[in-house]
Design a binder for this molecule. Structure first.
Ligand code: GDP
Ligand code: GDP
Length: 441
């Protein structure tokens, strides 16, 4: 299922990350778990007015490492132009119009993409009036907002919705139970993604030409795996032969994110000789933030002398602390080994995502969780739960009706998630836990 992609671009410090966090609403504490990084989230699925879209803060993507700031911004903008359905160009009314803004605007205007100019840090009426100077960018009326205080964000979203492709409704069982499992193969360059893909497609020769009831991109490859239809997503970039120029690779981050957004399960391909790098962790972070299923494929296993899978799995668990649920599979795309296990694992994860435990069992598990470990009190009050329901599958989504969602502590949320996993499994997939006040819709 493809969500429209909105990219926020703009110079550093204009407030892109602040806006993204505000749009994301619920915060997920992934940051603290990713070793060596203190990044903010840069990717979120947003629901507004029954529409859904994915938003990306391009400022959080280091597109061309080691280059000047100006070139970074330019690379981010080019990437957004290549991949996004709409672009929010953010400027800072307190700083006023800068030469850098003009350069970005020139690139954007030429792109032909739907654009929205967002003039941030407009806390006061006076500041909002200052935004008139941005008319000079030739991008129409700036939407004035204060991302930090939340002012003007609704208006910005209204204007943004008008720019996006058709209205979108993704709720309900039909959308959730898409007939075909969508798999995105992702990972940094040179880990062996193309080779893995070619092996899969080669092995599962039975290429399905037409699948009824699905719309898909031309870049997707449907195939059959053990009689089950599988849609390999955005394979265009993978099927290439030989070398790819750095210029093209540079734009592939957003493309991979987009493929992840459309997938049910992401296969994160890593390579054993190099181990897990920061980039691998970032991609894993996107998958987690997008609530997609994951399979970690440790490729080039043939190059490892002592093939101790238990130790290597422990190493991966240590690195990917925020996704202890991820299955790990060892592959050699070169020799074709382990490739079947990848699809098998992906299929299992997909089934887990579609799982719906009986509601009375769910209630019981949650009740027991609360009895055996009471939520901590905060100023004399503590979290109480009135009811729990699974409101969606793929990803498994649970709605807890509580006395006051503000009383929920992150560690308690994690505890509840663990209890759900102990009772029901959900291997390989993030769970989405929603906490709402009783009576609120
Ligand atoms: P980014 O580099 O574009 O992602 O910018 P950030 O979101 O990190 O924000 C840069 C700084 O501007 C931070 O100190 C924010 O708190 C601040 N900031 C963001 N939005 C606003 C706003 O609406 N008003 C004001 N006054 N400050 C803001
Ligand atoms: P991609 O950039 O992730 O798509 O990686 P490629 O599929 O293009 O592979 C990059 C390089 O790694 C190529 O030279 C492959 O021959 C090599 N390679 C891929 N998989 C394996 C593997 O399992 N074992 C070994 N030894 N080499 C591999």
């Amino acid at each position: 299922m493809s969500l429209p992609l909105v990219a926020i671009v703009g110079r550093p410090n204009v407030g892109k990350s602040t806006l993204l966090n505000r749009l994301a609403g619920e915060r997920r504490a992934i940051v603290e778990d990713v070793p060596g990084t203190t990044r903010d989230r840069i990717y979120a699925d947003v629901t507004y007015d029954d529409r859904e879209f994915t938003v990306v803060d391009t400022g959080g993507l280091e597109v061309s490492p080691g280059t000047s700031l100006a070139r970074q911004v330019k690379a981010q903008v080019e990437m957004a132009i290549a991949e996004a359905d709409a672009i929010v160009f953010m400027v800072d009314v307190r700083e006023g119009l800068t030469a850098g803004d003009e350069e970005v605007a020139a690139l954007l205007r030429r792109s032909g993409k739907p654009l929205l100019l967002a003039a941030n840090k407009a806390e006061t009426r006076r500041r909002a009036e200052d935004a008139v100077e941005f008319y000079r960018l030739g991008m129409g009326e700036p939407a004035t907002l204060s991302a930090y205080h939340g002012r003007g964000v609704g208006d910005l979203l209204d204007r943004l919705m008008a720019l996006l492709p058709q209205p979108f409704l993704q709720e309900g069982p039909e959308a959730a139970e898409s007939p075909m499992m969508g798999v995105a193969i992702v990972g940094r360059p040179n880990v062996g993604k193309s080779m893995l893909l070619n092996t899969i497609v080669g092995q599962e020769r039975a290429l399905v030409t037409e699948m009824p009831g699905t719309t898909r991109d031309a870049l997707d490859t449907p195939c059959l795996f053990q009689e089950q239809p599988v849609l390999l997503i955005d394979t265009a970039g993978l099927r290439r032969r030989g070398h790819i120029t750095p210029g093209v690779e540079r734009y592939s981050v957003l493309r991979a994110m987009r493929a992840i957004g459309r997938a049910d399960v992401a296969v994160l391909v890593t390579e054993a000789p190099a181990g897990l790098t920061a980039q691998d962790l970032h991609i894993a972070g996107f998958v987690h933030e997008a609530y997609k299923g994951i399979v970690v494929a440790v490729n080039k296993w043939d190059l490892v002398e002592e093939k101790d899978t238990a130790t290597y799995t422990a190493y991966i668990r240590g690195k990917l602390k925020f996704m202890p649920y991820a299955p790990v599979v060892f592959t050699s795309a070169l020799h074709g080994s382990g490739v079947e296990e990848v699809l098998e694992a992906a299929h299992t994860v997909y089934q887990e995502r579609l799982k719906q435990p009986p509601s009375d069992h769910l209630q019981k598990v949650v009740e027991e969780a609360f009895t055996s470990h009471r939520p901590p009190t905060h100023r004399g009050r503590s979290l109480r739960v009135f009811s729990t329901a699974q409101v969606r599958v793929n990803p498994p989504t649970f709605m807890f009706r509580v006395n006051d969602p503000r009383l929920l502590h992150f560690s308690y949320e994690r505890y509840l998630e663990n209890r759900l996993r102990q009772a029901f499994g959900f291997r390989g997939t993030p769970l989405r836990l929603l906490f709402r006040s009783r009576g609120r819709k």
